[in-house]
Design a protein around this ligand. Structure first.
Ligand SMILES: C[S@@+](CC[C@H](N)C(=O)[O-])C[C@H]1O[C@@H](n2cnc3c(N)ncnc32)[C@H](O)[C@@H]1O
Length: 323
């Protein structure tokens, strides 16, 4: 009988031989793809993020060769959007896209991250996670026996990590939640390398308790929408989780995506887009079309029941860092 812990099953299904991402089937946001991320709605997301990177760059004393690393970049769309951004730092920066599905290992090299601005959009939800349930006097988690789920006890080292999270300690028996120790370790590893700034966007909730109460945190994507059974067709569906941000190293800020988009100037970028579209409307070129599309992209990025309700965590190096 083949026995496998749930996170090993997720890891194999996504990144193993013929996994969802390793096979190239995980075509984030491409036409006919399995989901649309903020990066894939159009170049506005990158333009807003560029404002934030520019703000960091000025605050850090305008380092000569700032580096931006997009971790878990998928097809690299965010880097292409950043390259279009019209901000002063764009004359100096280099941008690198890194993804384990295109050759990078699961642990990014420290020299790549040191001093860089690291961004990661919808990366953490795709890091293999465990499926845990609070029971009377302990903790159980899902294992697979011949491909079907069964509950068994959580090991003691992990129990200590679970019980170190206040919102997990407070859960009632019966509560189920994702344990994202792998994502927490990935963030800790990135921070240990010494980036100047780390910015992470993802769906989730500030606390594990909120996710457990809300339910529906285990998400699968297949075809054009959400799938249901995570055990169905391994390698052919995406298996992800809402991210419980209180399981990660504590960020310097955690805000809703809509809030950071506004703080970083999305409304001015839309107003500018409208003006430039109107000025060029008689003979619109590609730039004018891009300007007009900012209006609908902003609607998607700010949607209170969609991307706007995602979360943005930032870890800023106390000294401001330099690249
Ligand atoms: C949902 S896609 C997001 C793609 C892109 N960032 C976007 O916003 O459209 C998640 C990506 O993270 C990658 N990934 C997962 N774990 C990773 C790791 N440890 N290092 C680098 N990339 C990783 C996957 O291969 C996948 O391409």
């Amino acid at each position: 009988m083949r026995v496998e812990r749930f996170d090993a099953f997720v890891e194999r299904s996504l990144y193993g031989a013929d996994g969802f991402y390793s096979s190239g089937r995980g075509a984030a946001g491409r036409r006919g793809g399995d989901f649309v991320t903020s990066a894939e709605t159009g170049p506005l997301f990158g333009a807003v993020l560029a404002n934030r990177i520019d703000e960091w760059w000025r605050g850090a004393g305008r380092p000569e060769a700032p580096r931006v690393v997009d971790l878990g970049a998928g097809p690299g769309t965010l880097a292409r959007s950043l390259a279009l951004a019209e901000v002063p730092v764009a004359r100096h920066w280099t941008i690198e896209s890194v993804d384990r599905a295109t050759g990078a290992g699961p642990t990014p090299p420290a020299e790549l991250l040191r001093g860089a601005v690291v961004v990661a959009n919808e990366l953490l939800d795709n890091v293999a996670f465990r499926w845990v349930r609070k029971v009377d006097g302990g903790w159980h988690e899902v294992w697979l026996a011949d491909g079907r789920p069964a509950w068994d006890e959580v090991d003691r080292a992990t129990v200590a990590r679970l019980e170190a999270v206040p919102s997990i300690r407070a859960l009632e028996p019966g509560a189920e939640f994702p344990w994202c120790g792998g994502a927490a370790d990935l963030i800790a590893g990135v921070l240990a390398a010494g980036p100047a700034l780390l910015i992470v966007f993802d769906y989730g909730a500030p606390t594990t308790g909120a996710l457990a109460r809300r339910g529906g945190w285990l998400r699968t994507y297949a075809g054009h929408g959400r799938g249901d059974d995570p055990f169905d067709r391994p390698g052919h569906i995406d298996i992800t989780t809402d991210v419980p941000f209180d399981q990660l190293p504590a960020p310097s800020s955690l805000r809703a995506q809509a809030q950071v988009m506004r703080a970083w100037g999305i409304e001015d970028l839309v107003a500018e887009g409208r003006r430039r579209w109107e000025a060029a409307a008689a003979r619109p070129d590609l730039t004018a079309m891009r300007m007009r599309s900012r209006i609908s992209e902003a609607d998607a990025l700010l949607a209170p029941d969609g991307l706007g309700a995602f979360w943005c965590a930032e870890w800023e190096h106390p000294s401001g860092g330099s690249a």
